[in-house]
Design a protein around this ligand. Structure first.
Ligand code: NAI
Ligand code: 13P
Length: 309
C-alpha cells in the first residue's frame, strides 16, 4: 500500500505541519511542506501528490481551500485535515468546510493527544484518523504509523474533530486552575465536568457520543489540560498569574486555537440553547470582564444540581 502514496503535501509550515511531515518522512515517504511564506508554486507541488495534509490554523483554512479551488484539484487526492478550530464566520468545523469545497475527494480528519514537541522528540503517542471513506483512513493509518506513533481508525470524522477542538477551551480553564494553585481535587472536578460539556456540544453538532470518550476526546483533553507544552493551557496559566491576554499572546509560540473557539462556541451555545458553564466563564475571562478568581467563584456558586442530567 505504501508504495501507492508516492507523494504527500503538507500545507502549513507551523510546528504541527512540520511534525506530521517528519512522521511521514520516517516512513520513507516523499513529503513536501508548503506554507504561504515560502513563495513556491503550490500548483506545481501538488501536481503529482496523492495526499494533501492541511495543518494550518483555523484562520488559514478558508484561504487554503480557496487557493486549492483555483488549482482544480484532482478528485482522487485524499485530503486530511489536522486543524483544531471553528471557523469564526460560519461557525463550521474544518471537516465541513473541506467537504463543502471538495465533495468528491476522500476526506480524513486526524486528531488526538498529540503535543507536537513530544512527538518530535520521538516519545510514544497515539492518534486517530477518521473518515466516511474507510479506504482513505486505512491508507493514512499505514502512511503515518511507526514505532513511536500509533494510529487508530474511526468512522466518525465530526466527533473526532470536535473532541480536539472543544478541549482547547477546557485547556484554558485547566491552565487557570493550575495557575491559581487550586489543587488536585479542583483539577479533577474541572476535567470530569469538562467532558460532559464537550459531549453535550459535540453530539449536538453531529459527533457520536462514543468518540468523545476515545483518544481524540478524553485523550486529548487529558494531554492538553495537563501539559505546559499546550499553548491553550499556557494562556489560562498566565492569565491566572495576572498577565494580560495581549502580553501572553505577544510571547506565545504558535496558535492558541481555544481563544477563537471559545468565542465561536458561545455563539453556537446561545443559538442552540446549550448549557456550557465552563466555556461561559472562560469567555468572560478572555474578554477581560472577570478575573480568574471570579471565574472560579461563579462556577462554584451555580445552582446545585444532579451529577447526570
Ligand atoms: N502544535 C500541536 O501540538 C498541535 C496542533 N494542532 C492543530 O494544528 C493547527 C496548526 O497548529 P500549529 O502548527 O501548532 O500552529 P502554528 O501557529 O505553529 O502554525 C499555523 C500555520 O497555519 C498557517 N496559516 C495561518 N493563517 C494562514 C492563512 N491565512 N493562510 C495560509 N496559512 C495560514 C501559518 O502560516 C502556519 O504555517 C492548529 O489548528 C492546532 O490546533 C493539532 C495537533 C497538535
Ligand atoms: O492539540 C494539541 C495537543 O493534542 C496542542 O495543544 P495546544 O494547541 O494547546 O498547544
Amino acid at each position: 500500500m505504501l508504495e501507492n502514496a508516492k507523494k504527500i503535501t503538507v500545507i502549513g509550515g507551523g510546528i504541527w505541519g512540520q511534525t506530521l511531515a517528519n512522521l511521514a518522512r520516517r516512513n520513507h515517504l516523499a513529503v513536501r511542506v508548503w506554507s504561504r511564506h515560502i513563495g513556491e508554486d503550490l500548483g506545481a507541488i501538488i501536481a503529482d501528490t496523492e495526499v494533501i495534509i492541511s495543518a494550518v490554523s483555523i484562520k488559514g483554512v478558508v484561504p487554503t481551500i480557496e487557493k486549492l479551488q483555483q488549482l482544480q484539484l484532482n478528485s482522487r487526492i485524499i485530503i486530511v485535515t489536522a486543524t483544531k478550530g471553528l471557523e469564526p464566520i460560519t461557525t463550521r468545523t474544518p471537516f465541513h468546510l473541506w467537504n463543502q469545497a471538495f465533495p468528491a475527494n476522500p476526506l480524513v480528519v486526524l486528531s488526538g493527544p498529540n503535543l507536537a514537541k513530544e512527538i518530535n522528540q520521538g516519545l510514544p503517542a497515539a492518534t486517530v484518523v477518521a473518515s466516511y471513506v474507510q479506504k482513505a483512513a486505512i491508507l493514512l493509518q499505514k502512511l503515518l504509523s511507526g514505532e513511536s506513533f500509533r494510529v487508530y481508525l474511526n468512522s466518525d470524522p465530526l466527533g473526532t474533530e470536535l473532541g480536539g477542538t472543544l478541549k482547547n477551551v477546557m485547556a484554558i480553564a485547566s491552565g487557570v486552575c493550575d495557575g491559581l494553585q487550586l489543587g488536585t481535587n479542583a483539577k479533577s472536578a474541572l476535567l470530569t465536568r469538562a467532558l460532559p460539556e464537550i459531549v453535550r456540544v459535540g453530539t449536538c453538532l453531529g459527533g457520536c457520543q462514543e468518540t468523545f470518550f476515545g483518544l481524540s476526546g478524553l485523550g486529548d483533553l487529558l494531554a492538553t489540560c495537563n501539559s505546559p507544552l499546550s499553548r491553550n493551557y499556557q494562556v489560562g496559566y498566565q492569565l491566572a498569574l495576572g498577565l494580560s491576554l495581549p502580553e501572553i499572546l505577544g510571547k506565545l509560540e504558535g496558535t492558541a486555537e481555544g481563544i477563537n473557539t471559545t468565542e465561536v462556541l458561545m455563539r453556537i451555545a446561545q443559538e442552540k440553547n446549550l448549557y456550557v458553564p465552563i466555556t461561559c466563564q472562560v469567555d468572560r475571562l478572555l474578554r477581560g470582564e472577570i478575573s480568574p478568581q471570579v471565574a472560579v467563584y461563579e462556577l462554584m456558586r451555580r445552582d446545585l444540581k444532579a451529577e447526570f442530567d
